[in-house]
Design a protein around this ligand. Structure first.
Ligand SMILES: *Cc1c(COP(=O)(O)O)cnc(C)c1O
Length: 232
């Protein structure tokens, strides 16, 4: 299958799931997850209409950004080490993985130094798996209140979460519901510098269910580019 055909399939699926919940496909942002994907393939995807890309390694993102530049929006979707923040701070459009105060301190400091406010999503560990990063659901509100009070160069724009992998997509639904409920709860508190505009949930195997449960950002890699080759 070509990138174009894969993208068309993904976009059709986004549209049909969006319609089921009375939304338009334009309400859903598709991030093409380009980790391990080479530049020429990313360029091909951009030529087919991709406008948002997601990377999970700072150095890899920088290398690609230097060639591709501002043609697309850049999403950082991986665990972010504090000592790597400086590489991406002037390039990233949305960080999806805000998950600890030490990271907030570093982002806020670096953002101030370039006079920028950085849009971020708080990653929530909805599945409570040890292997998944993110703040625990019970701690999310305290964490967000803390960021709202103390870090003026961070703007919280929503939440990000991942369901545990399962053969059955329907298993993901309960986790996505949980994240949506949490986002509503936070919205109702009305914190300064916090809004719940975005809910980043859903990957290749479960983005349809995620959209039905309120996701408006899906992060899709394999369904567009095929299986990743980590040996590259
Ligand atoms: C790799 C990755 C994705 C994309 O996963 P696919 O299953 O290939 O669609 C989405 N989100 C995050 C955080 C990732 O690391």
């Amino acid at each position: 299958m070509s990138i174009k055909q894969n993208l068309d399939t993904v976009l059709k699926e986004i549209e049909s799931h969006a319609e089921r919940v009375g939304k338009d496909k334009k309400d859903i942002i598709l991030i093409a997850v380009t980790k391990t994907v080479d530049i020429s393939t990313i360029e091909e995807a951009i030529n087919c209409g991709v406008t948002h890309v997601g990377e999970n390694k700072p150095q890899e993102m920088v290398r690609k950004y230097e060639i591709i530049g501002k043609k697309v929006k850049w999403h950082f979707i991986g665990t972010l080490q504090t000592n790597k923040v400086k590489y991406i701070i002037d390039k990233v459009d949305l960080i999806h993985s805000l998950d600890r105060i030490s990271l907030c301190q570093e982002i806020d400091k670096r953002a101030k130094s370039i006079d920028k406010v950085i849009d971020c999503l708080v990653q929530v560990n909805i599945s409570k798996e040890d292997t998944k990063h993110g703040v625990m659901e019970e701690e999310a509100i305290d964490f967000i209140q803390n960021v709202s009070t103390n870090f003026s160069n961070i703007k919280i724009k929503g939440l990000m979460g991942m369901a545990p992998y399962s053969e059955n997509k329907e298993d993901a639904r309960v986790y996505f519901k949980k994240l949506k409920d949490l986002s509503k709860k936070i919205e109702n508190i009305n914190l300064h510098n916090v809004d719940m505009e975005y809910l980043s949930m859903g990957m290749s195997n479960d983005f349809g269910v995620a959209i039905e449960e309120g996701s408006n950002i899906v992060r899709v890699g394999t369904a567009i580019f095929g299986e990743r080759d980590y040996s590259l």
